[in-house]
Design a binder for this molecule. Structure first.
Ligand code: CS2
Ligand code: MG
Length: 411
C-alpha cells in the first residue's frame, strides 16, 4: 500500500479546519486532522513544506516507523505544531490500514471495551435561569454529563459563556465558540477573586435543582495560581464534581502537587499538552485523574495511546479534548481510541455545525448519552472536496485576557 498523493485541505465551513488527505496506489483515501485553532497555517506549512515530500512513495502500512521517522528524524521535537502535523499523518495511516483490513479502526486497536462513550456537553448561562435552561436543553439532547460554566458578576466576558445568546421557545440557539474571525484577537477581562467567590454558589444552586446524581464538570481554563486552585477545589468538594479542569496554567507540572495536597476534587489537565513528557511527573506522582489530550494535538493515536497506557498503571483515565476545533476527523479518531482502551473516562462532545457536517460525512452515532464511532471500515469519515472548496480560510483568533489594571492574564 503505497502513498501516491498527499494533500493538505483547508476549509472553513463555520470555523477553520485543516485536513491531511492521503491517497494510495490502490485508491484508498485516509484522513488526518491537522487543525490548531488560531495557528492553522503553521501546521499547513509544516506539512506541505516538510512532510508531504517525505510521504510520497512511502509504505502506508508502516505506522510506527513513520511516527518515529517524523519525530526523531526532524531532530526538533515536541511542540503543538510538530505534534499536530505528526498526528495528522498517524491518523491518516491508521484510517488507511483499517480500510485495507475492512474493519472499523477500533477493531485494530483491540476491539470494543464498552458499548459506547459517556460524553459531556457544555452548558452555560449569564445567570442561574439561563444556566438551568441550558442544562435542561442538554439533558433533552441526551447528555448524561454536563460541564457548567457561568458568567461572573463584574466580569464582562467569561470563557465558556456565549456573549450573544438567542433564545427562542426557551431553547438557546448558539453554542459557545471562543475563536472569532477577524484581524485581531478579541480582548476579554478577568477577576479571579470575583470568580472564586461566585463559582461555588453556582454549583450549590445546580445541585439543589438537579440533584446529586448528574456528573458535573468545570473548566478553570488555566486562570488560577496553585493556592487559588487549591481553594476552589476545596470549596467545590460538597458538590461532588466529576472533574475540575485546567485549574492552573498547564506548563508548570509542580503546581499540581500543591493543589492536590489540599483537595479531593478530581483534576483533569492537558488539552494544551502534546507529548508523554508533559505528563511524566503528573501521572507518576498521581497528581491528576484525567488526561485531557486530544488525538489531534498529541501525535495521533500512536502517541496518545502510549500516554494512556502509562496513565492506566496509575488509574488515571482518558478525558479527550473534543471542542468544535477538533474536526470531525479528529473526533472520529478519539471515538475509536476511546472505545478500545480500558482506562476510558469520558469524552468531551460539542456537536459540529450543519455546514461542517456537509463537508465531513460521518458514521458516528449518539444514543442514550453514548457516542459510538460506527462500523464503517477505517475512521468512518469522508471529506467532500468540492463542498470544502466553497469555504475558504478566514483569519481567526482565540481571545486574550487583560486584568483591570491592563496586565495580560492567561485566557
Ligand atoms: C476548552 C476549549 O473544550 C475545552 O475544554 O478549553 O474550548 C479551548 O478553549 C479551545 O479548544 C481552544 O481552541
Ligand atoms: Mg478546557
Amino acid at each position: 500500500m503505497i502513498i501516491e498523493r498527499a494533500e493538505v485541505i483547508v476549509t472553513s465551513p463555520s470555523r477553520n479546519f485543516v485536513t491531511l488527505r492521503l491517497t494510495t496506489d490502490e485508491g484508498l483515501i485516509g484522513l488526518g486532522d491537522a487543525t490548531l485553532n488560531g495557528r492553522e497555517h503553521s501546521v499547513v506549512a509544516y506539512l506541505q513544506e516538510h512532510v508531504v515530500p517525505l510521504l510520497i512513495g512511502m509504505d502506508a502500512h508502516r505506522i510506527e516507523d513513520t511516527w518515529q521517522f517524523l519525530y526523531r528524524g526532524a531532530y526538533w521535537r515536541r511542540g503543538p505544531v510538530t505534534m499536530t502535523a505528526i498526528s495528522a499523518v498517524d491518523v491518516a495511516l491508521w484510517d488507511l490500514k483499517a480500510q485495507a483490513a475492512g474493519m472499523p479502526l477500533y477493531q485494530l486497536l483491540g476491539g470494543a471495551s464498552r458499548k459506547g462513550l459517556l460524553a459531556y456537553g457544555h452548558a452555560s448561562g449569564n445567570d442561574t435561569e439561563e444556566l438551568f435552561d441550558s442544562i435542561r436543553h442538554h439533558l433533552e439532547r441526551g447528555f448524561r454529563a454536563i460541564r457548567v460554566q457561568t458568567a461572573v458578576p463584574g466580569v464582562r466576558a467569561v470563557y465558556g459563556v456565549p456573549h450573544d445568546v438567542t433564545v427562542s421557545n426557551g431553547v438557546r440557539s448558539q453554542e459557545y465558540e471562543p475563536a472569532s474571525r477577524g484581524a485581531y484577537p478579541a480582548e476579554e477581562d478577568w477577576d479571579t477573586r470575583a470568580y472564586l467567590r461566585h463559582v461555588p454558589t453556582v454549583f450549590g444552586a445546580v445541585r439543589t435543582e438537579f440533584g446529586p446524581e448528574l456528573p458535573l464538570l468545570h473548566d478553570g481554563h488555566h486562570r488560577m495560581t496553585p493556592i487559588q486552585a487549591a481553594s476552589l477545589g476545596k470549596s467545590l468538594e460538597p458538590y461532588d464534581l466529576f472533574w475540575l479542569e485546567d485549574c492552573t496554567p498547564a506548563e508548570n507540572q509542580e503546581a499540581l502537587r500543591l493543589v492536590r495536597q489540599h483537595t479531593t476534587t478530581p483534576l483533569a489537565i492537558g488539552e494544551v499538552f502534546n507529548s508523554v513528557w508533559d505528563y511524566q511527573g503528573l501521572i507518576r506522582e498521581q497528581l491528576i485523574d484525567y488526561v485531557r489530550s486530544s488525538v489531534t494535538h498529541t501525535g495521533g493515536i500512536t502517541h496518545l495511546r502510549r500516554i494512556l497506557d502509562f496513565a492506566a498503571q496509575y488509574q488515571v483515565k482518558s478525558g479527550m479534548h473534543g471542542p468544535t476545533d477538533i474536526s470531525p476527523v479528529g473526533m472520529a479518531a478519539a471515538m475509536h481510541l476511546g472505545l478500545a482502551i480500558h482506562n476510558f473516562g469520558i469524552q468531551e462532545f460539542m456537536p459540529h455545525s450543519a455546514k461542517t457536517n456537509s463537508v465531513f460525512a460521518q458514521s458516528f452515532t449518539w444514543k442514550d448519552g453514548l457516542l459510538h464511532p460506527g462500523e464503517q471500515p477505517g475512521l468512518g469519515v469522508t471529506l467532500d472536496v468540492d463542498e470544502a472548496g466553497k469555504y475558504p480560510y478566514e483569519q481567526a483568533y482565540l481571545p486574550f485576557n487583560r486584568l483591570a489594571d491592563g496586565t495580560v492574564h492567561d485566557w
